[in-house]
Ligand binder design. Structure first.
Ligand code: BJ8
Length: 382
């Protein structure tokens, strides 16, 4: 597949994908396609996709509805939770509005309690996510995924076959492979692109409803970047930064802008809108639920205890992307990622011997100037 458009136009389209798919969701809904809203990377989208549902991400990334949310929720709560609840409560987000079912997982405490309140005005199903990644956890998660499949079958009066799930596993493996390949173009030094364009493309791809053609589309973007890079196009030598921590789409991208506007380049995103969820599901496993449970429960999120997979992935990414410094982005009141900063600092500074800093922020734009000053000072160290 060859792309006719230029890269800046393609990046802009992906960056606007969340907004641009509002209309698509409305049209799908009018055609009778069920819409399932999800919150977390631990949720295998393969299962609702296998019954032909459109799956939409509900984690909200702007501060627009936070004042409404704070009428019910404490102010000292993670902005992602407040924003998501606020959009649901005010019906301002079409994805919430059109969702026939909202699916949450028992990840962090704030989200768990928010789902209870959300259930007062939306149909909500909460999946019990084990907080440990041992064999017991995998078996428990497998059972939860079967329960989730049965709930979908009952609610939407459909049958979800293992064959249909297997087909979706294959499609999503191809998408994840393409996302992996796209992000690895940034392992080149000098970097071919700005990290903001890459993360917007990865994030935006989650809102493409045509899952079947998505891998080809992403591969075409990567081909184009690689071709132009081979012809000599790049962004020049800059300090190479890895961003880790809480999810960092939307308003939190101000941190990435502060890094790139002050002379650095974000070559790698370890978090959920980056490399974290991209290991494949084993297509050879005869038990599809076991295969899904093993892949998804393996994700290195800070709600796992302990959480060795995050540290192992971080170490590999620091090496692969030839990283000069690490920025740990923690959303305010995100206790699990905040506590883990001590472990990440130890890994980055003591084991890898490179500079590290933590940025605690929210979805407001009030700290943009301060972020600019801090990132400029951090980049000077490199
Ligand atoms: S797999 S990162 S999407 S839980 S809501 S933990 S920021 S306090 S979102 Fe997440 Fe799934 Fe993990 Fe990824 Fe902190 Fe806020 Fe909780 Fe959050």
């Amino acid at each position: 597949m060859e792309l006719k458009k230029d890269l800046p136009e393609i990046f802009e389209e992906f960056a606007d994908a969340r907004k641009n798919s509002f209309l698509t969701i409305k049209e799908l809904k009018e055609k009778g396609v069920p819409v399932v809203g999800v919150f977390c990377t631990y949720l295998p989208r393969e299962i609702p996709n296998a019954m032909g549902a459109a799956v939409v991400g509900l984690c909200s990334v702007s501060d627009e509805t936070i004042p409404d949310a704070e009428k019910d929720l404490p102010r000292n709560l993670c902005p992602l939770i407040k924003s998501s609840y606020g959009f649901a409560k005010t019906d301002k987000c079409p994805y919430f509005y059109f969702s026939d079912l909202v699916v949450g997982e028992t990840t962090c405490d704030g989200k768990k309690k928010m789902y209870e309140m959300l259930a007062e005005f939306k149909p909500v199903h909460v999946i019990e996510l084990p907080n440990c990644q041992n064999e017991t956890g995998i078996q428990m998660y497998r059972q939860e995924l079967i329960k989730f499949k049965e709930l979908l079958e009952k609610k939407f009066e459909v049958t979800i076959t293992e064959e249909a799930i297997r087909r979706q596993i294959h499609i999503r493996n191809q998408i994840q492979k393409a996302l992996y390949r796209l992000q690895y173009v940034m392992a080149n030094d000098p970097a071919p692109e700005y990290g903001l364009n890459i993360v917007n493309t990865v994030y935006g791809s989650g809102f493409h409803m045509n899952v079947e053609g998505l891998a080809d589309e992403l591969n075409a973007v990567t081909d184009k970047i690689e071709k132009e890079y081979a012809e000599g196009k790049n962004i020049g030598k800059r300090p190479r930064i890895l961003v880790t921590g809480s999810p960092s789409g939307g308003a939190a991208l101000k941190v990435v802008r502060a890094i790139e506007n002050n002379g650095g380049v974000v070559v790698c995103f370890e978090n959920c809108s980056g490399m974290k969820p991209l290991s494949p599901v084993d297509e050879e496993n005869p038990d599809v639920y076991d295969a899904l449970a093993r892949k998804y429960l393996n994700i290195g999120c800070s709600c796992m205890s302990p959480n060795p997979n995050r540290m192992a992935l971080l170490e590999k990414l620091i090496d692969d992307f030839k990283v000069d410094g690490v920025v740990d982005l923690v959303l305010q009141a995100c206790h699990t990622y905040n506590v883990e900063t001590a472990l990440v600092r130890r890994l980055v500074k003591e084991k890898k011997g490179i500079p590290y800093t933590v940025v605690e922020t929210d979805y407001s734009q009030a700290d943009v100037e301060q972020l600019n000053t801090r990132m400029a000072a951090f980049l000077e160290l490199l």
